[in-house]
Structure formats: structure tokens, C-alpha cells
Design a protein around this ligand. Structure first.
Ligand code: NDP
Ligand code: HSE
Length: 436
């Protein structure tokens, strides 16, 4: 049975994502109404610059007073696609107070202060859905929260930032420069309003916090996530990875400790073998592996950024929230009952690829190997190549050491000690190796 009274939707933000949400709502109005059981009505669109031309949107709906819009009292669902912490947080909690459920794509806010939002949604009996906040169009949060609710997830690993994957892919495949590739990603609508969030790893870290929270039924905040961006990755690192049969990706990795008593979440560039499925994830695509006790390994893959893919996820949430509203129910809220502590990066067990500039003389290799042994880090492979020094006389070498798995703290200690050796002229690059 189709309800005749429409469900009223307020759209906060009409940029890359919001404009696509409005377009799809208009072009697929009949299908959406049939799927929901009631027509949707776009009741208002809050923006910063009211005079900007917005194709397909009735200018009478545009407002700069987002607060008044969410306080109207007749709004059924608020879609928040402004981004950032404030005013988004206050607008969302105000929307709950005034009777609306919320769909948001705001990973920064969810990772910073999700607890406040979940508490407000629960207090007022509303829905908070945010599938678009992680991995763009890929259905990932709902499968984790609902389909895997009966299983035990131990690990989530993947590429969750489209912009950085696009940059690394361009640098690797076409030899493009970093800035050129970033400009292209920004023009395509993949980057955040401040692309520092992408390249410094904040965006991926926010997504890792959200993923870890849902996967392990605990609360993980942005500050709990170890974060390294890709600004330190050089063309030399990428070339070195190639020589090893690897490529460089910015990975988000969330793990439950072997004893089950804590979790870790981290984001950093890493070398992965070209044979690994993540190595073939190109452009702004994302891919995430989920390892669960009974299900085994699951892989989720698809477009991770951009207006239409993200709007697809927002619209999916909108349909779900509207169906709940008509049925007089709400979907699952936050599940954080395990209250597991988040361990520091030092406790993570991983492998390192270390490239050193060393003096090419007897005993150097032994000295370097001793430092590894003293820190209880086992060496897997060593590759040395002599080269000419600045005067063209030789006497220097590049030494590339790849370790076996060891605690990150031991690996950091090893690098610190290597830097102090007279025979080590410099540490050219350090990168973790994953996916083997
Ligand atoms: P944009 O910068 O393109 O759009 C932001 C919109 O918010 C603009 O319409 C802007 O108005 C409006 N806005 C900004 N401040 C205010 C304010 N104080 N009051 C009312 N409106 C305001 O961002 P995106 O669309 O790219 O991103 C939106 C959200 O979606 C962010 O949380 C982002 O992280 C998330 N997201 C984005 C993805 C992407 O690929 N772009 C993918 C997944 C999630 P105006 O148009 O006048 O400037
Ligand atoms: N800036 C983000 C990215 C948008 O590049 O992945 C999608 O969340």
C-alpha cells in the first residue's frame, strides 16, 4: 500500500555528494516511492552560498539557515552531507530532537564523536545511518553490522581512501608527479574539502576507527588509530617496491589481538606483493578484506569516492530509514558492548622493508645484521648494490633489508640504532610490508 503523504527530506549540503543525492531523488522518484511505500519530498536544501546555480533544484528550496530547516518539526529524514565537525554535529543532534532520523556521510564526525550522535539517536528513538562514510558505494558497514552479526570478525584490511589510491596508482603506472595526481583527484570530486585529510591519512584513519568499532563491537576513536599518510612516499620507494615484485598502497588495518583482549587500528603506506588482490585496485577504487571466524575471508570491492557512488550509498540508507519510519521501527544502533582497549602501534606485529645508504667496506653487513639481532628482529632478505659516491669514486652501497614479522616497537628500535652506526650514511626509506 502506497502512503499518499510524502516523507519530507531535508538535504544539508549540496556539493559533490549532495547535488548527486538531489539528482537521483528527482530522477528515480517513482522507483524510490515504490520501494519505500511513500513518495519522497525534498523539503529544503541548506548550503553556504545561496546564489550558486544548482541544476535541477528549485531555488525556493535553498536556504543558508540549516538550523531552522532541521528544527521545522515536519522533516522525516535529514541527510547531512556538509562534512566536518561543526555545525554538522549540532545539526544532527538538533534533527533528532525535532523528530527526524539522519543519514550522514560524515566519517570525520563519526570517528571524532560518534558516541554523542549514537546517544542522541537512541535517546530520541531515531535512526542514524552512515553507509556512505566508509568506502563510497561499497556496501560494507551494513554487511559488517547485520550480515556478520552472528560471527566473530578478527581482521579488517583494505584500501579505504580513493584519493590516495588514485595518486599512488598514477605515480606507479604513468609516472605522474604527486601534485599533478592530487589535482586530478580533486577535480574528479574524490578529495575532501581539505585534501590534507586524504594525503595525511586522517580520512582513512577515521574510516578505520568506524570499521574497527563495528567489527569488534567496541568504541574506537580517530585518536586511537595509528596514522601515517603518503606524503613521505617517494618515486624511489615505488621503484624499490617494483624491484621486489610489490606495489605501494595506503592501507587501513584493524585487528583483534591473538588473545582477544584488545584491538589495534592503523593506517600507513605499505608494500604489498603484486600477486595480492589489493595490488590490482586501481584509480579511486576501494577494496576491503574482512576475516571472520566462521565466514572466512570476504572481499568487498568497488568505487570508493566521487559524487554518484557516494550518493548511491546515501540513497540506500535513505530508503532503509524511510521504511523503518513507515514501519514505526528503527534499525540497529551502536553495538559497543565488548569495550575492548585499543593497543598502541608498538604492539602490532608486522614486517619492514628498510633501505639504507651504507659504506661499502668489510664488516658493514655484519654490523647491520648485529643491530637486527640485538633487537630480536629476524632478517628475511638482504640485497646490496654498490654505487659511486658524489666524487664518482665508489665506496658506497644501497642495502635493502626485508625483515620477518616482529613487533613494531622492535622494528622502530632497530631503525633508531641503525641510524647511529657510523657506517650507515642514511636511512633512505622505511616501509612496512603487508599482505603475505
Ligand atoms: P563538498 O565540499 O563538495 O560539499 C559540501 C556542501 O556543504 C556544499 O554544498 C556547501 O555549500 C555545504 N556547506 C558547507 N558548510 C555549510 C554550512 N555551514 N551550512 C550549510 N551548508 C554548508 O563536500 P562533499 O560533497 O565532497 O562531501 C560531503 C560529505 O560527504 C563529507 O562529510 C565528506 O567527507 C563525505 N564524503 C564525500 C565523498 C566524496 O567522494 N566526495 C565520499 C564519501 C563521503 P556550498 O555549495 O554553498 O559551498
Ligand atoms: N576523500 C575520500 C576518498 C572520499 O578519497 O576516499 C570518500 O570517502
Amino acid at each position: 500500500m502506497m502512503r499518499t503523504r510524502p516523507l519530507k527530506v531535508a538535504l544539508l549540503g549540496c556539493g559533490v555528494v549532495g547535488s548527486e543525492v538531489a539528482r537521483i531523488m528527482a530522477t528515480h522518484a517513482d522507483d524510490l516511492a515504490a520501494r519505500i511505500g511513500a513518495p519522497l519530498e525534498l523539503a529544503g536544501v541548506a548550503v553556504r552560498r545561496p546564489s550558486k546555480v544548482r541544476e535541477g533544484i528549485d531555488p525556493a528550496l535553498i536556504t543558508t539557515d540549516a538550523t531552522a530547516l532541521v528544527k521545522r518539526g515536519d522533516i522525516d529524514v535529514v541527510i547531512e552531507v556538509i562534512g566536518g565537525i561543526e555545525p554538522a554535529r549540532t545539526l544532527i543532534t538538533t534533527a533528532f530532537e525535532h523528530g527526524a532520523s539522519v543519514v550522514s556521510a560524515n566519517k570525520a564526525l563519526l570517528a571524532e564523536d560518534g558516541a554523542t550522535l549514537f546517544a542522541a539517536a537512541e535517546k530520541h528513538g531515531r535512526d542514524l545511518y552512515y553507509e556512505a562514510a566508509v568506502a563510497g558505494a561499497i556496501p560494507l558497514l551494513r554487511p559488517l553490522r547485520e550480515s556478520l552479526a552472528g560471527d566473530k570478525v578478527n581482521r579488517v584490511l583494505g584500501i579505504v581512501n580513493g584519493t590516495t589510491n588514485f595518486i599512488l596508482d598514477r605515480m606507479d603506472s604513468s609516472g605522474a608527479g604527486y601534485s599533478e595526481a592530487l589535482d586530478e583527484a580533486t577535480a574528479l570530486g574524490y578529495a575532501e574539502a581539505d585534501p590534507t585529510a586524504d594525503v595525511e591519512g586522517f580520512d582513512a584513519a577515521a574510516k578505520a576507527a568506524i570499521l574497527a568499532g563495528i567489527a569488534f563491537h567496541t568504541r574506537v576513536r580517530l585518536d586511537d588509530v595509528h596514522r601515517e599518510g603518503l606524503t613521505e612516499v617517494t618515486s624511489a620507494d615505488i621503484a624499490s617496491a617494483r624491484r621486489m615484485g610489490c606495489t605501494v598502497k595506503l592501507l587501513a588495518i584493524c585487528e583483534r589481538a591473538a588473545d582477544g583482549r584488545s584491538v589495534t587500528a592503523r593506517v600507513h603506506p605499505a608494500m604489498i606483493p603484486l600477486s595480492h588482490p589489493l595490488a590490482s585496485v586501481r584509480e579511486a577504487y576501494n577494496a576491503v578484506f574482512v576475516e571472520a571466524e566462521a565466514a572466512g575471508r570476504l572481499m568487498f570491492y568497488g568505487p570508493g569516492a566521487g559524487g554518484p557512488p557516494t550518493a548511491s550509498a546515501v540513497l540506500g540508507d535513505l530508503v532503509a530509514v524511510c521504511r523503518n519510519k513507515i514501519g514505526g521501527s528503527t534499525g540497529p544502533g551502536e553495538s559497543a558492548y565488548t569495550r575492548l582497549p585499543v593497543s598502541s602501534m608498538g604492539e602490532v606485529v608486522t614486517r619492514y622493508h628498510i633501505s639504507l645508504d651504507v659504506a661499502d667496506k668489510p664488516g658493514v653487513l655484519a654490523q647491520v645484521a648485529t643491530v637486527f639481532a640485538e633487537h630480536d628482529v629476524s632478517i628475511d632478505t638482504v640485497r646490496q648494490q654498490g654505487r659511486l659516491d658524489s666524487e664518482g669514486l665508489g665506496g658506497e652501497a644501497s642495502l635493502v633489508v626485508v625483515t620477518h614479522r616482529a613487533p613494531d616497537a622492535a622494528l622502530s628500535g632497530t631503525v633508531e640504532a641503525l641510524r647511529k652506526l657510523d657506517t650507515v650514511r642514511g636511512v633512505a626509506s622505511i616501509m612496512r610490508v603487508e599482505g603475505e
